[in-house]
Design a protein. Structure first.
Length: 751
């Protein structure tokens, strides 16, 4: 194992590095954090010099001193005979091993054996695959014919349904399929009976003009019983007389005439009829005959006669057009019975009235009393109850007009669809189509199975094929898709690797795709080594700067490849390292946070930082606890900015160099959290929205100029613009302070 790096001279940004006095020795697992251009890749080249047993060609005058766990030393001279086995993944490895322009590159050769029998089987399988292709093509052609016929049938059926129901909205074959999927197997239960079809269709195609007005219900008073009761009371009575004239009693017609004459000749000396003198004696006799009791009695009879119409039932007759068609038959039956019963009811009233009139004319006669049959009124009440119930149902239909229309439409849609599937050929053709699809699937399944068998046989023949299969599994795992693959091609008699995307040459790969492919190649190449436990592994930044979508997959693969659980001496399972020692460096804080969680006890894990301290110098030191405590990149970036903001000496180059990158990344995260747009909105556009046009330009100009540290001289040679860094930090901090809750939470995280 490597214990520490004591010194590095003339090796890129490590011009005169000396191990800090408080530097912790390397452990089994070593995680190194540092921003871009801080010196991580340069550090990895120190390890790759040990791997290749030669100095890096760019640093031939370099010197270094590496101490191993047995206290022996490795330097630039002893690396030639150094037995330590080191494997390094960095940009040099990628450049040396892969081609991104569609060119061929050296394959990874895993163990495999040639087989003559395997080749014979492959040739035989190819014939079967050809037969499967031919059968698939024939079945596919027939299936397309059936599918076209089914589509035409459905299209016409949908068109007919739309026309029959006078639908305004779209109704296509897709809608027909949706309805079919909602029906149970017994389609006949959904068909509307022929007897109900006209009514249901009328409902479904009705318009607002078909909606009838509500009808008032009947509210009647039944007075016949009380009328008869009053009549019988009067019919039983006879008026009392103080002096009766026999002739007038026996001749009521004359008596009525004389009685009316008394009123006419009241207080007159001559008779208005005969102009003869009227004697007082005669007048007195007549008045005695017509007593006050008789007068009152006849007045009651007369009033009862006049009230005959109150005892009768009068009602407004309803017309059929006031009711919906479905109620016409029932209405006609009710009205016929009602008219008959009302006629009998009113006839009884007339009969009573005639008897009272007869009593009026002959008040002294004994007349038979009227018998009242209550069933007459009960029949009338029953018919009006039926009529009111019909009116209620008719009015409810008006109220539910829209709902009934919708229900009728849905009912007829299901009915038409069910009828279509029962009586058309669509089901039989669908069964044939599905059978042909099953045949196609069978051919496809057989061909794929044999192709897979051939691929396995080919892999057993070719060492390169085995390497291809392993690397493709890693690529698929990292990217989460299978479109990019390594393919084995022949260059003469030599097998080579080539990158393929969807069958064609893979070009224009994203940085994330390149990194995933390169790291897959590295992991697969480790399999060429006989013993992984003898290797020291150094992985430099397996996460691309431009694409960090795959950090979880890469972290998971690192865990699966390099860590395992084994029983310790006490019989308990614990995590162990598969290799001798591992170093992983990264600039990505989120990935760094995941790496911290990789298994191994704390005493077997160490954390370090590569840090740029001036234009030509970087250093390797223990990771500050202030960085180790943060699980969020956002909080860590704020701590860097806040430390600069509160620093008294803002011209310190070591402090100053870390600010532009930190501030730019912080603004990217902050503005995106405020404006998480799905559209292509740049950080500059988001900054302009949040900070305003002028302020955002001042801030972003200086960040674009100094960030990435791609030109360190800019910080050295632009003293005027350096002051703008301080101003940019101040403006950002003032803006954050206005966002009180956000700012207070950030301040709390750095306390």
């Amino acid at each position: 194992m490597i214990k520490s790096i004591n010194k590095i001279d003339n090796f890129g940004v490590f011009q005169s590095y000396r191990k800090p006095t408080d530097f912790d020795d390397f452990s089994l697992k070593n995680i190194i954090y540092g921003w871009n251009y801080s010196g991580k890749t340069t550090l990895s080249r120190v390890f790759s010099s040990v791997e290749r047993r030669a100095l890096h060609t760019d640093y031939m005058s370099a010197k270094f001193n590496i101490e191993k766990s047995d206290n022996s030393l490795i330097n630039e001279q002893s690396i030639v005979q150094e037995p330590l086995k080191v494997k390094v993944f960095n940009s040099d490895f990628i450049e040396a091993n892969l081609k991104w322009d569609g060119g061929e590159f050296d394959p990874i050769l895993l163990l495999g054996e040639d087989s003559i029998e395997a080749k014979k089987t492959i040739d035989s399988n190819e014939l079967i695959i050809q037969r499967c292709r031919s059968g698939y093509k024939t079945k596919d052609k027939l299936k397309k014919q059936y599918d076209l016929s089914i589509a035409d049938l459905k299209k016409q059926a949908a068109k007919n349904i739309k026309q029959n129901l006078k639908l305004i909205e779209a109704f296509t074959a897709t809608h027909l399929d949706i309805i079919k999927s909602s029906l149970t197997e017994d389609l006949s239960t959904y068909i509307v009976p022929e007897s109900d079809m006209n009514i249901t269709l009328r409902k479904a195609t009705s318009s607002d003009t078909d909606k009838l007005k509500p009808i008032n219900k009947y509210q009647l008073n039944y007075r016949l019983g009380s009328y008869i009761e009053k009549a019988n009371e009067l019919l039983k009575k006879k008026p009392e007389f103080s002096s009766t004239i026999e002739y007038l009693r026996d001749n009521p017609t004359v008596a009525n005439w004389v009685e009316s004459g008394l009123e006419i000749n009241d207080k007159k000396e001559k008779c208005e009829f005969c102009l003869s003198d009227i004697s007082e004696a005669r007048i007195s006799d007549l008045r005695s005959h017509f007593s006050q009791d008789l007068k009152d009695y006849k007045g009651k009879l007369k009033l009862l006669i006049e009230n005959k119409f109150h005892a009768k039932i009068e009602y407004t007759k309803l017309l059929p057009q006031e009711f919906y068609q479905e109620f016409h038959s029932e209405l006609s039956s009710i009205l016929t019975d009602l008219e008959s019963y009302v006629s009998a009811y009113n006839s009884k009233a007339d009969e009573v009235s005639e008897l009272v009139e007869k009593k009026y004319d002959s008040p002294f006669d004994d007349l038979t009393l009227v018998e009242y049959d209550k069933s007459i009124q009960e029949e009338v009440e029953s018919q009006f109850y039926k009529l009111n119930d019909l009116i209620e149902r008719n009015n409810q239909k008006t109220k539910d007009f829209s709902l009934e229309k919708e229900a009728a439409i849905e009912s007829l849609k299901k009915s038409y669809v069910a009828d279509f599937y029962i009586n058309s050929s669509v089901l039989s053709e669908k069964i044939k189509s599905e059978l042909l699809e099953a045949h196609k699937s069978r051919y496809h399944s057989i061909a794929n199975r044999i192709k897979a068998e051939n691929a396995t046989l080919e892999a057993s023949i070719s060492k390169a094929h085995q390497g291809r299969e392993t690397i493709n599994e890693y690529i698929s795992g990292f990217l989460g898709r299978d479109e990019i693959k390594i393919k084995v091609v022949k260059n003469g008699d030599i097998e080579r690797f080539k990158l393929i995307r969807d069958g064609g040459i893979a070009k224009n790969l994203s940085e994330g795709e390149k990194t995933a492919i390169a790291f897959s190649f590295f992991l697969t190449k480790l399999c060429e080594e006989q013993e992984l436990e003898d290797l020291i592994i150094y992985i430099d930044d397996p996460i691309s700067s431009l694409d960090s979508n795959h950090i979880f997959q890469i972290n998971a693969v690192i865990k699966n490849v390099f860590f395992k659980k084994e029983a310790n001496e006490h019989g308990n399972e614990e995590w162990k390292l598969n290799c001798k020692q591992i170093f992983i460096s990264t600039h990505n804080f989120e990935f760094f946070s995941l790496l911290k969680e990789l298994p191994l006890k704390n005493n077997k894990s160490s954390f370090y930082q590569v840090k740029r301290i001036n234009r030509t110098e970087s250093t390797l030191l223990n990771l500050p606890k202030s960085i180790l405590r943060y699980s969020s990149e956002y909080h860590y970036l704020f701590s860097v900015i806040h430390r600069f903001y509160t620093s008294e000496d803002k011209s310190d180059l070591e402090v100053l160099m870390s600010i532009p990158n930190a501030l730019r990344r912080f603004i990217e995260l902050y503005t995106y959290s405020k404006i998480p747009s799905f559209s292509e909105v740049t950080v500059d556009q988001r900054a302009e929205i949040l900070f305003g046009a002028l302020e955002s330009k001042r801030i972003m100009k200086v960040l674009h100029y100094f960030s990435h540290l791609n030109n360190i001289e800019r910080l050295i040679n632009n003293s005027d613009l350096i002051s703008d860094i301080e101003n940019a930090v101040a403006e950002i901090m003032e803006h954050l302070k206005s966002d009180t809750l956000h700012y207070d939470a950030l301040i709390e995280s750095v306390q």
